[in-house]
Design a protein. Structure first.
Length: 382
């Protein structure tokens, strides 16, 4: 169906021979484009979650325009002349043009939907690089991807202003698609440094023990380096979103109010963060000043009682907290799997004996009674 719509769109566009479409024609064309890009994003999430090969090739979008702003797409109650003026004034660019701008370090202006499309494209570029033996040795490709990601982030300031208000209970005050895109951005930045393919493939079998085992054995993939500090900053941003809003609030609201992108993208980030903290707690090599500063930033999210109760292992606390948050309210089945996996991963990080001791009291550190709850520091807004 999607391929057929794309082909029909191509025929209609060519049939106009350069003439501008009428309003009705544009709405039909835009609907086709939006459907195509929505499927592209969906397949991107399958790749992100299960390491499936992307089903839609990058080259299919060369001549396709990016989605318009929500304001233009949802315009109602305006005459054709006014609508035509709005269309002319809007910044609708083609996919290839926007893609090239990002890789050349030139910030681009496009809609919120287009912002989500472009970070999906960059994520898949990173995925292809990690799966190509030749590209892994190509420092130029990696440099260009870093440049494109930095430019994408700078382009957020140029994003078309939306007049259509969509209510969202989230810390992000802009359009929900930008909120979702930022989750994908953090994940993509992390994947440039850390490849957790084994976890993604374990998720295919829906066995929490297999997923948890893959999480714990991935610690050799998490190095201690200057570049890793930048990744940990992205991981910190991810967990801080929950901390600032309140863990229990996020657990209950995000399941029904936020997109599934947030738990899916957060999986890699929290695994990386927990394993990096584990390395700092157990490596013989002393921590650098930057590593200590980042460790303390994460530590300051938690009160002293929580750290004392759960064995003073910050790595385990982070994993247990995230698992408890994911499976408190289940809408998407995969979040329950991820929640259970994180709890098992938390036990593995503190060791079998410590896990038995901690499990004999409270079941999870954040979602039962106040005395058992893994609190967030009051300075963080909980």
């Amino acid at each position: 169906m999607v391929a057929g719509n794309r082909y029909e769109l191509k025929l209609r566009t060519e049939g106009r021979e350069g003439a501008q479409p009428s309003r009705e024609e544009w709405v039909e064309d835009e609907g086709c484009r939006r459907t195509y890009y929505a499927v592209y994003i969906f397949f991107g999430l399958l790749t992100l979650t299960y390491n499936h090969t992307p089903a839609i090739s990058f080259n299919e979008f060369d001549s396709l325009e990016l989605p318009s702003s929500e304001s233009l797409w949802s315009a109602e109650g305006v005459d054709d002349a006014t609508w035509r003026e709005q269309l002319t004034a809007s910044a609708i660019t083609k996919f290839r043009e926007a893609h090239d701008n990002l890789f050349q370090g030139e910030p681009a202006r496009y809609s919120a939907f287009a912002t989500r499309v472009m970070i999906n494209a960059l994520f898949l570029e990173v995925w292809y690089m990690k799966r190509s033996p030749e590209a892994l040795q190509d420092v130029v490709t990696e440099y260009k991807l870093r440049l494109a990601l930095e430019t994408w982030e700078k382009s957020l300031a140029l994003c078309e202003t939306e007049t259509v208000v969509i209510p969202l209970s989230a810390p992000h005050k802009g359009h929900p698609l930008i909120f979702n895109a930022m989750a994908m951005y953090r994940n993509t930045r992390a994947r440039l440094e850390v490849d957790l393919k084994s976890i993604q493939e374990a998720l295919r079998y829906h066995d929490s023990y297999e997923v948890a085992a893959a999480m714990t054995t991935a610690r050799d993939n998490v190095k201690r380096s200057q570049e890793m500090i930048k990744v940990i900053e992205q991981c910190f941003d991810c967990i801080e979103v929950a901390a600032l809003q309140g863990i229990r609030w996020v657990a209950r609201i995000s399941a029904t109010n936020w997109s599934v992108e947030h738990p899916l993208c957060g999986l890699d980030l929290i695994v990386i963060l927990s394993l990096w903290l584990y390395r700092l707690e157990h490596d013989e090599e002393p921590a650098t000043d930057e590593e200590l500063a980042m460790y303390k930033k994460v530590r300051n999210l938690f009160d002293d009682d929580s750290v004392d109760i759960y064995g003073s292992k910050l790595s385990s606390i982070v994993a247990r907290l995230w698992g408890s948050m994911l499976d408190e309210v289940v809408v998407w089945g995969i979040t329950k799997l991820m929640g259970e996996s994180f709890k098992l991963h938390s036990q593995a990080l503190v060791g079998y004996e410590d896990a038995i001791a901690s499990c004999s009291g409270a079941s999870t550190p954040g979602m039962s009674t106040p005395s058992e709850e893994l609190d967030i520091d009051s300075n963080s807004g909980f």
